[in-house]
Design a protein around this ligand. Structure first.
Ligand SMILES: Nc1ncnc2c1ncn2[C@@H]1O[C@H](COP(=O)(O)OP(=O)(O)OP(=O)(O)O)[C@@H](O)[C@H]1O
Length: 485
């Protein structure tokens, strides 16, 4: 079944693990330290299982010493953090001590099987030089200055670093956690990861955990058997299974209820999904990319997010900067969005930004990030009647930005002839928008403890997704109830 090297200095654990593996038909070699392990031909093993803390060099040294053999790290539950670091260094997985025998055998079997499948797959590796060149090709546009990756536009240093990081992690089949404020492009980043992964010809399923009612989320994600709850008249596959072979993008993973977190952990640890109401688990092959605007570590401390799931998720983190930290890209992004929406609306010409709208875009701090910029641009395109995007049509309340001296006089906006429309009093519905927003704000604060999200959305006459988005924009996050673990 396979050759395994165990590297463990505690003889009781070493011999117990040896017996367990031999009972399961593996051939086992033992070592007490990295030095003793290195006396073997490390690449001749199918798997190395090593303790992290050993006398002398740490178990992670074996990761580089055995370039072609997967290394499974064992560590005590208390030092999970170092296990995550070990995975960042290239360990194939980690297992907490004391381990459950079945867990260990399942993990060993899976790792060896996956390594064999990879070895039999056609060799798609490219040299580092080729990789570097392909990165340049992917994100540098024709003029050699502007950069973009997939639908992501932006040439500033942080964005170029982000593109590089995405291209590095995409082909490695590991879980990625994307952090960033609402509207910063987390879904676009997830799409880019999928597009540059070996799974690109399989489905990418995107789910916003905050937009699905808590009572339905488990069956939506994991599926259900017929009769498992009122209304489940037929058995149904969940979105995890629908992503088979591909990528599952879970946006706002911090909103996932505790029960669903437990099921998701099983998907990550065992590659298995159990439908609601079923006693059987099904094998799945799905890569998880998760995103959140929340501080998951804080949620863990508050007992609202499982610590073991958190450690599984944060193996590789990607951070999306808020738009206010990449103001040099604002105009490029705005122009990209104008042209995207003009094409979508099938307009004859692509509208131009007036100089005042450019100035306003540069001055405003975009708390809702690119989503807010996109909404502003769409609104201005619809209101425009002269082929230009005017500052007054962007729907940005003057209370929200510091009016630059160049744009105003004591009585009216100072304008250049080209921006004549910007000088006119705006027939904008700003006052209505503001009063609607404050009504929304009051209504939600007043009723959120007594009503579910679905009831709130129904009363307000909007969808749950829209309710959630407005909560983000107005900074009134959904109150979470602490769940028992
Ligand atoms: N760098 C970018 N260039 C062009 N368009 C972008 C960029 N980043 C985001 N967008 C656009 O902004 C909108 C919001 O992006 P996206 O949905 O990916 O953000 P998000 O962080 O996932 O938001 P949320 O957390 O609210 O779901 C989308 O329409 C997306 O196409």
């Amino acid at each position: 079944m396979g050759d395994i090297l165990i590297v463990e200095d505690e003889s009781i654990i070493r011999s117990a693990l040896k017996r367990l593996l031999e009972r399961n038909k593996y051939r086992v070699t033992e070592a007490e330290s990295v030095t003793e392990a290195s006396q073997n031909d490390l690449d001749s093993f199918d798997l190395i299982i090593s303790d992290l803390r050993l006398p002398g060099a740490p178990g992670t040294d074996l990761i580089t010493a055995a370039a072609n053999t997967p290394v499974l790290i064992m560590t005590s539950y208390a030092s999970m953090r170092s296990a995550v670091d070990a995975m960042k260094m290239g360990a194939v997985d980690y297992i907490a001590k004391p381990f459950d025998h079945e867990d260990m055998i399942r993990t060993v079997r899976r790792i060896i099987e996956e390594a064999r499948n990879r070895a039999n797959a056609p060799d798609e590796e490219i040299t580092e030089e080729e990789a570097d060149n392909s990165e340049k090709e992917v994100f540098l546009e024709e003029d050699g200055k502007r950069a973009a990756l997939g639908d992501m536009v932006g040439s500033c240093e942080p964005m170029q670093n982000l593109y590089r990081r995405i291209l590095r992690v995409a082909p490695a089949d590991i879980t990625v956690l994307i952090q960033g404020e609402s509207g910063t492009g987390k879904e676009l980043a997830a799409r880019a990861i999928h597009q540059h992964s070996l799974r690109k010809d399989h489905p990418l399923i995107c789910v916003n955990c905050a937009a699905i009612p808590e009572s339905l989320i488990e069956s939506e994600l994991f599926g259900h058997e017929k009769g498992s709850f009122t209304g489940a008249s037929t058995a149904r596959q969940g979105l995890v299974e629908a992503a088979e072979g591909g990528t599952l993008f879970l946006d706002e993973i911090g909103e996932l209820p505790m029960e669903a977190q437990a099921r998701l952990l099983r998907v990550l640890q065992e590659n298995e999904v159990r439908r609601v109401g079923s006693v059987h688990a099904r094998k799945v092959d799905v890569r998880l990319v998760a995103a959140t605007h929340r501080n998951l570590k804080k949620l863990v401390k508050e007992g609202l997010f499982r610590e073991d799931l958190y450690y599984r998720l944060q193996v590789i983190e990607i951070a999306l900067p808020p738009l206010r930290d990449r103001m040099e890209d604002v105009i490029d992004i705005a122009e990209h969005l104008v042209s995207k929406h003009c094409r979508r609306m099938k307009l004859d010409k692509i509208l131009r930004l007036t100089s005042n709208s450019r100035k306003l875009m540069m001055r405003y701090d975009w708390p809702g990030n690119i989503r807010e910029l996109e909404n502003a641009v769409q609104r201005a395109i619809i209101l425009s009647d002269d082929g230009r995007v005017h500052s007054g049509d962007l729907g940005i309340s003057q209370d929200d930005w510091e009016i630059p001296a160049t744009l105003t006089t004591p009585h009216s906006a100072a304008v250049t002839p080209i921006d004549a429309k910007d000088a006119e009093p705006q027939p904008s519905s700003e006052a209505d928008d503001l009063s609607l927003e404050s009504y929304f704000h009051h209504f939600v604060i007043e009723h959120q403890d007594a009503m579910s999200e679905t009831e709130l959305a129904q009363k307000l006459g909007i969808s749950r997704k829209c309710l959630w988005e407005r909560r983000q924009r107005l900074g009134i996050p959904r109150p979470k109830k602490a769940a028992s673990r």
